[in-house]
Design a protein around this ligand. Structure first.
Ligand code: MTE
Length: 319
């Protein structure tokens, strides 16, 4: 098990108490989600940690005390969500996703690659080392959290399926199951939800395919069983419940750009200097805190690792 902190989570003004995950909240939330007990299945934590399966794995207590920015609680991460397939309210995904079945799961991989096919998620995960990655998540709506994802680098999967020289972008698609996803029974967005990355962004070591959070399987509301996490971009790039991954030559039309290209673009890099047409992006509300209590950082604080990919690009124009 590899534990990594986001390389640059900065020192800041955190009160010592706030660095501890609220264990009772977590147990309540985990019990409600049916996660306790089964949580530590095949990818079980060894020894010391397995013994504590009724609570946050011990490594998170260590991690939180090492970080300069506190982790959001399991309850924060799993009850305040955007997942329009289950409704547009922040509590809708946790309330309305109980009937969703993330197992078994297949992912179709296609387009410009040498090994296209329909893969069982279990087969895709065989031999992959899952790791904890603590990242900031900055929503375009100007709220943010610090989340301990569990997953693997997207580049690992891309290397396995051998994209051809024509692959310039990767397109991701969310499952369509209106019978299990009540939001899809209405034209809230044009379904399926689609997102994309440029090939170098997809191969970047920070780009993650998450299968879990807090070391346990992703709850449905967070995008079970597989979702994208791109920490320097607005949260809407983090497409959930992925069923297909395609390598293409042309920049795809992602859902939010299709919905409103005046307000949303393809790149969606976090940028405090470029306002959303209806609000400033200079500050954010770090949940569960108060209104705009946090400064927004260029590329969400990951500029040192990612800005070279955008050298020479006008970041105001390329929203
Ligand atoms: N993926 C799908 N399929 N549908 C959605 O509505 N919302 C996005 C993104 N992924 C969304 C989605 C938005 S706007 C955000 S901010 C993040 O998911 C929120 O992820 P979280 O709920 O796990 O914090």
């Amino acid at each position: 098990m590899i534990i990594r902190r986001a390389p640059d989570i900065r020192s800041s003004e955190i009160t010592p108490e706030s660095v501890y995950v609220n264990r009772r909240q977590f147990i309540r939330a985990a019990t409600a989600a049916g996660a306790v007990g089964m949580a530590l299945g095949p990818r079980a934590l060894a020894g010391e940690e397995a013994a504590q399966s009724q609570e946050i794995p011990a490594r998170f207590a260590r991690m939180t005390s090492e970080l300069d920015e506190p982790l959001n609680t399991y309850e924060d991460v799993t009850t305040y969500n955007n997942f329009y397939e289950f409704g547009t309210g922040k509590a809708d995904p946790s309330r309305n996703s109980g009937a969703f079945r993330p197992k078994p799961w297949k992912v179709r991989i296609g387009g410009e690659c040498n090994r296209p096919g329909e893969y069982d998620l279990d087969d895709l995960l065989a031999g992959v080392t899952l790791e904890d990655r603590v990242y900031r998540l900055r929503c375009v709506e100007a709220w943010s959290m610090v989340i301990p994802w569990y997953g693997f680098q997207l580049s690992t999967l891309i290397d396995r399926v051998e994209p051809t020289g024509n692959a310039k972008f990767v397109v991701f698609t969310t499952v369509v199951r209106p019978e299990e996803m009540p939001g899809q029974r209405a034209p809230i967005l044009r379904w399926p939800y689609i997102e994309g990355l440029r090939m170098d962004e997809a191969m970047h070591p920070l780009t993650l395919l998450a299968t879990g959070v807090y070391g346990m399987d992703l709850p449905n509301q967070n995008g079970a069983p597989l979702r994208l996490v791109v920490p320097w971009k607005y949260g809407f790039k983090g497409i959930k419940s992925i069923v297909s991954i395609d390598f293409v030559e042309e920049m795809p039309l992602n859902t939010w750009k299709q919905q409103n290209s005046f307000e949303y673009g393809f790149y969606a890099n976090v940028n405090p200097n470029v306002s959303h047409p209806r609000w400033s992006q200079a500050r954010e509300t770090r949940l569960p805190g108060l209104f705009k209590n946090h400064e927004t950082l260029m590329f969400n604080g990951y500029a040192d690792q990612v800005q070279h990919m955008y050298a020479g690009m006008d970041l105001e124009r390329w929203k």
